[in-house]
Structure formats: structure tokens, C-alpha cells
Write a protein that binds this ligand. Structure first.
Ligand code: SAH
Ligand code: SF4
Ligand code: F3S
Length: 460
């Protein structure tokens, strides 16, 4: 059984505290390194929450730490490569401090071949755990401290979402709320559904009470997280969907901004667009990954929408909210992507005019359908396409910034340096203006006067 049992874990929590005290580890230190997407960052915030409850102090450096954890990502090969090296580099700290506990968790570990490699080739890794059992961290540490040589827990049974796990929100006044876990979409290139399990939504009450508390605590930005937030609510025993959830969060009194990711075009309804328009706290920005502009490629990707239906969403959104901005994810070099297919991607990028793109060269993931698709496209061709896409986006992104000159935007002020304040507006655009330190963590109305690398303006 995988459900979070707060009472049981709190017993382990206090036992770990006692054991650390007996061993004269006065302020035990924990170092957590996170790879991958915001979901992983959010998972790490829960793991940190548990560590802090056990009495650990968090540190950025593995040197001198008593507990070192790597929360890994498997989405592309590059993400994995970094982990193998970085976990290996902890060996020397373990030689210096044999009581150091080394743990690896997350999406990469959830794949059997990786878990096996960790357990065979990395004998100094003490705890290996998957994406659905993180809430049992106190138990794992307790078992390690009481003599178990190695703990491996990879259960992926899609059971109830654990509620009540402590969270260590480390983003200042910006906080994350996961609203759903897992993914049922099985895009043919993607490893996520295999390593995160089936889609499961949290109840609206659990989400709302977390949001209310965060607003009370002074958070100014709430980012709702899920691999496909548009299908939020599926399987719950309540009359809820993502559009309705947004309205409920928007109704919480207070001055804050609501963001969310990721939206899947296949489930992006008019009802949702309307609720974005009518919820004044929701940003005027949509991250809507299209992956490819070619219908043939989209079909082989199993994305379940077409370039035409994607453009229709953009059109409707712009009719409802003329100032809305869009960002997207794009994959270049999907197996057998032809030159014409790629041209369609460029065409889509010019037609929409994204403010930013997250561009990736296709990376083969073992176990996914795309991994066995024939691929006649060379690495060089993929590289050239990638460069062309970047150059086009540079021009398109500039146009979006230039179109903002003369407009007034609302900036959430994040950083101060040398008389300048830096922040993001409701369109998810970076803005700087002259101001002072005490505005950090607040909203400011700014009129945009110039579009350079980022927008600059004057406070009004
Ligand atoms: N759930 C989100 C995306 C999660 S992964 C969605 O559907 O939009 C984030 C991005 O990584 C994806 O949008 C995709 O562009 C990219 N990605 C996923 N698998 C990939 C692969 N095998 N190779 C290259 N990029 C990939
Ligand atoms: Fe991966 Fe597709 Fe799920 Fe996104 S929607 S996580 S790309 S399978
Ligand atoms: Fe990576 Fe897992 Fe996120 S594979 S992108 S950390 S869901």
C-alpha cells in the first residue's frame, strides 16, 4: 500500500530525529539536487519538507552533508548523462564520511534498467526509490540508520495521492501546487507515462485549502502543476474540471497571480479559454506545446490534434484575450521527420508568433513506441534544423517584445540590482524598470518604453 500514512511516517520521523541525536549528529545536513521539470522540483519540495521535519538542515553542497539525494529526470538522454557522473562524484565524500547516506530517486530511477545499473555499478548508493513512494522517505532513512544495507522501493501502483506531506516551498513568494500526477497520453516519444504512472487528480478541496494557506502566508504567485492540467478532474467523484478549478482558485481573496503548466492542445477547450479570460488573477499567457507543425508527424507522435486545430485554439484565445502570449515546446528531428515536415514547424512558429520556445532535439527513449521507428534523418540534418528554428524564434520573439511598447503591464517584482527591479508581467515576459528594493515581492504597474533583450519601462 502506497498511501501516505501520516501517523506511521511521523513515528519514523521522530525515530530518525532520536537516532541522529544519539549519534551526535547535532545539525544533520541534507543536500537535494533536482533535475527535470517543475513536477520534479515540486516533488523535491515535499522531500525537503520531510527532511526538515526530521531535523535536517538543507545545504546546497554535498561536501559535509549527512544525507545526499539526487531527484532525477529521464525525459532526454542528456538529463540522464549528467546524473550518472554527479552521483559518482559523491563516492569521495562517502569515503571521507562513511555515515553519509546517498539516495537517488525520481523518473530515471523508475526505469528498471537504470535502477539495476544504480544497484550494480553504484554500490555506495544506499537508497533507491521511485516517483510514487517519496512520502515514505522517513521510513527509508530509518531503515538505513538501523542497519539495512540498501533500500530499493520502486512501487508504481497508482494508488491514492498522499495528502498532508510537509512542503518546503523554496521559491520565495512563488509557490507550486501539484494538482495532478502522472500522464495517460502516451505520446510516442515520451517516457513520462512509464515513469510517473497513471493520471491521478487531487481533490479540489485539497488544492483549495493548500492555495488558501499559501495566500495567507503571503505567496504572490501560485503555479498549478500537472503533465496535462487540461484533463484535471478525470476520475474524481466531484463535478470539477480545470476551468472550474481555476475559477475557484481565482475566487480566493487576495492579490496574487495564478499560473499553470502544462496544457495539452488536445484538451484545451473553449470553456477553459473563457475561464482564463474571466479570471483576472490568471496570467494572460498560455504554455501550449505543439511539438511539431506537421500533421503526419503529430500523428506518429500520437498527439491527437492537428496543426489546424492548434491554430484554432490560438485564434479563439486571441479573440477572447487580444494581448495573450504563447510559449511552446517543440521537438526537432522526430524519427523520419522530412524537410517538408520541418518546414511546417517553421510555418507554425511564424504564424503564431510565440514569445518563447523550448526547443529539443528528439532523444530516443527505450521502451517508447518511437524508439523502434525507423529514422533516416542524420544528426547533422537535425542540428541544422534546430539552428534554423532557433534563428526564426529569435526574430519572432523580438516582434512580440516590440509589440508591447506603449502598453501598461503588471509586474511581479522578483529581483533588485543596482537601482533596477526585475520581474515578470502577466504575459510571462521579463520586465526591468528603475525602482528600489522594497518593491520586491509586490506587484507594480509599469509602462513599457523599450524592447531590448527584455522589456524595460517606467513605473506609473
Ligand atoms: N506534459 C508536457 C510535457 C512534458 S515533457 C506536454 O505534454 O506538453 C517536456 C517536453 O520535453 C515535451 O513537451 C517535449 O517537447 C520534450 N520531450 C519529451 N520527450 C522527449 C524526447 N524523447 N526527445 C526530445 N524531447 C522530448
Ligand atoms: Fe509526455 Fe505526452 Fe504525457 Fe506530455 S502529454 S508527459 S509529452 S506523454
Ligand atoms: Fe523529467 Fe520526470 Fe519531469 S522525466 S521532465 S522529471 S516528469
Amino acid at each position: 500500500m502506497n498511501t501516505y500514512n501520516a501517523a506511521e511516517q511521523s513515528v519514523y520521523l521522530s525515530r530518525v530525529q532520536e537516532l541522529l541525536k544519539i549519534r551526535k549528529v547535532n545539525t544533520p545536513k541534507a543536500c537535494v539536487t533536482t533535475y527535470g521539470c517543475q513536477q520534479n522540483v515540486s516533488d523535491s519540495q515535499h522531500l525537503k519538507g520531510l527532511l526538515v521535519s526530521m531535523g535536517y538542515e538543507l545545504t546546497d553542497k554535498p561536501d559535509g552533508a549527512d544525507f545526499v539525494l539526487f531527484n532525477t529526470c529521464a525525459v532526454r538522454e542528456h538529463a540522464e548523462d549528467r546524473v550518472w557522473g554527479n552521483v559518482g562524484s559523491i563516492k569521495k565524500f562517502k569515503e571521507k564520511n562513511p555515515s553519509l547516506i546517498l539516495a537517488v530517486c525520481g523518473c530515471m530511477v523508475q526505469q528498471e534498467k537504470n535502477a539495476e545499473r544504480f544497484s550494480k555499478s553504484y554500490p555506495y548508493v544506499d537508497i533507491i526509490f521511485g516517483t510514487q513512494v517519496g512520502h515514505r522517505l522517513p521510513e527509508f532513512i530509518y531503515r538505513k540508520l538501523t542497519g539495512e544495507r540498501r533500500i530499493i522501493e520502486l512501487t508504481l501502483d497508482n494508488s491514492e495521492i498522499p495528502e498532508g506531506v510537509p512542503v518546503f516551498q523554496d521559491g520565495g513568494f512563488k509557490g507550486f501546487i501539484p494538482i495532478m500526477y502522472g500522464c495517460d497520453n502516451f505520446c510516442s516519444y515520451c517516457i513520462v507515462p512509464y515513469v510517473r504512472g497513471r493520471e491521478r487528480s487531487r481533490t479540489s478541496e485539497a488544492i483549495l485549502s493548500e492555495a488558501r494557506q499559501m495566500i495567507k502566508d503571503g505567496f504572490k504567485e501560485i503555479m498549478l502543476l500537472g503533465q496535462n492540467v487540461n484533463s484535471y478532474g478525470k476520475g474524481l467523484d466531484e463535478d470539477i474540471n480545470f476551468a472550474k478549478l481555476l475559477r475557484k482558485i481565482n475566487d480566493i481573496p487576495g492579490d496574487f497571480r495564478i499560473k499553470f503548466m502544462t496544457s495539452n492542445p488536445k484538451d484545451c477547450t473553449d470553456e477553459l479559454l473563457l475561464s482564463i479570460k474571466e479570471c483576472e488573477k490568471v496570467e494572460r499567457h498560455l504554455h501550449l506545446p505543439f511539438q511539431s507543425g506537421s500533421n503526419a508527424v503529430l500523428k506518429r507522435m500520437n498527439r491527437k490534434y492537428t496543426m489546424e486545430s492548434y491554430l484554432q485554439i490560438i485564434k479563439t484565445a486571441r479573440e477572447l484575450m487580444p494581448d495573450i502570449t504563447f510559449t511552446s515546446d517543440v521537438i526537432v528531428g522526430f524519427p523520419d521527420e522530412s524537410e517538408e515536415d520541418f518546414e511546417k514547424t517553421l510555418e507554425l512558429v511564424s504564424k503564431v508568433g510565440f514569445s518563447a520556445l523550448f526547443t529539443f532535439i528528439y532523444s530516443k527513449r527505450d521502451g517508447t513506441p518511437a524508439a523502434v521507428m525507423p529514422d533516416g534523418v542524420t544528426r547533422e540534418q537535425k542540428g541544422r534544423r534546430f539552428e534554423r528554428l532557433l534563428r526564426l524564434q529569435e526574430r519572432e520573439g523580438k516582434k512580440v517584445l516590440e509589440s508591447m511598447v506603449g502598453r501598461t503591464v503588471r509586474v511581479l517584482c522578483e529581483e533588485y540590482s543596482g537601482g533596477l527591479v526585475f520581474g515578470k508581467d502577466e504575459h510571462q515576459l521579463n520586465v526591468k524598470f528603475a525602482g528600489d528594493q522594497n518593491i520586491i515581492g509586490k506587484f507594480a504597474d509599469v509602462i513599457i518604453t523599450n524592447a531590448g533583450e527584455c522589456l524595460s519601462g517606467e513605473r506609473i
